[in-house]
Design a binder for this molecule. Structure first.
Ligand code: 6GU
Length: 236
């Protein structure tokens, strides 16, 4: 049984989109994972295939009806977690990607319009997830982002080399910078230590660069990494 993704969307043609290419695309062809996409509009009951209505309490925009969304979820639901993509959700993380990759698959509900009736989110015990502090016109691109991050972690999708890279983000730091030939380009040379052949010195330089870049660009990640480090050293 391969890892299964079910997507519920009003724009089913957006899938698999970029996931039909590269690493995820090859894994899809090889049967490492499967993707089914359901058009939420197929669950409307009226002649105009209406899926939304005006918000109780007034205000701008339209809200997806709970009965229509519930019927769409019911068509695919099994033992997999149901995730609702929304800018109101908890921020998506590498830990979430690892957790979903370790399970049987995922059901992704893509919101549109102003939102989804909160009762169906509660009734179906959905996890509300966001991919960052900006507003997209719908959950579809966010669903593609989650799937890309998860699928590359499935067994047999990445080579051994990439697995090591994944662990290096697992230490909570940003990655050190990379260089390849030519050793001199437009008057810019590669850091001397990388040409030295001293593996210990290279590893120390990379660790120091990872720490410097994390401190400069992501003080939030740096503080979290530092507090983990203190907890570990205090316990020993
Ligand atoms: Cl999951 N959906 C939408 N519409 N906008 C977002 C988002 C999700 N995450 C960040 N912005």
């Amino acid at each position: 049984m391969s890892w299964r993704a079910s997507v519920l969307s009003l724009f089913p043609d957006m899938f698999p989109g970029p996931l039909g290419q590269s690493l995820a695309g090859r894994a899809l062809e090889n049967g490492v994972w499967s993707l089914d996409v359901t058009n939420i509009r197929d669950f409307a009951h009226d002649r105009h295939r209406t899926v939304d209505d005006t918000p109780f309490g007034g205000g701008a925009g339209m809200v997806l009806r709970p009965d229509i969304v519930d019927a769409a979820v019911a068509a695919v639901a099994d033992d997999r977690p149901v995730v609702c993509l929304t800018p109101r959700g908890r921020p998506f993380s590498q830990d979430d990607a690892r957790r979903f990759a370790a399970g049987p698959g995922i059901v992704l509900l893509c919101g549109r319009y102003e939102g989804i009736d909160q009762r169906v989110i509660e009734a179906r015990q959905m996890q509300e997830i966001s991919i960052g502090d900006y507003v997209l016109s719908g959950g579809e691109l966010a669903a593609l982002v989650l799937l890309d991050a998860i699928v590359r972690l499935l067994p047999g999708v990445m080579g051994a080399a990439d697995s090591a890279v994944e662990e290096s983000f697992g230490n909570g730091l940003l990655e050190y910078p990379h260089y390849t030939r030519p050793a001199e380009w437009q008057g810019r040379s590669v850091p001397e230590v990388l040409l030295s052949g001293h593996h210990g010195a290279v590893a120390a330089w990379r660790q120091a660069e990872a720490e410097r870049i994390t401190r400069e660009r992501r003080p939030d990640l740096w503080a979290a990494a530092a507090s983990r480090h203190h907890a570990v050293t205090a316990a020993s």
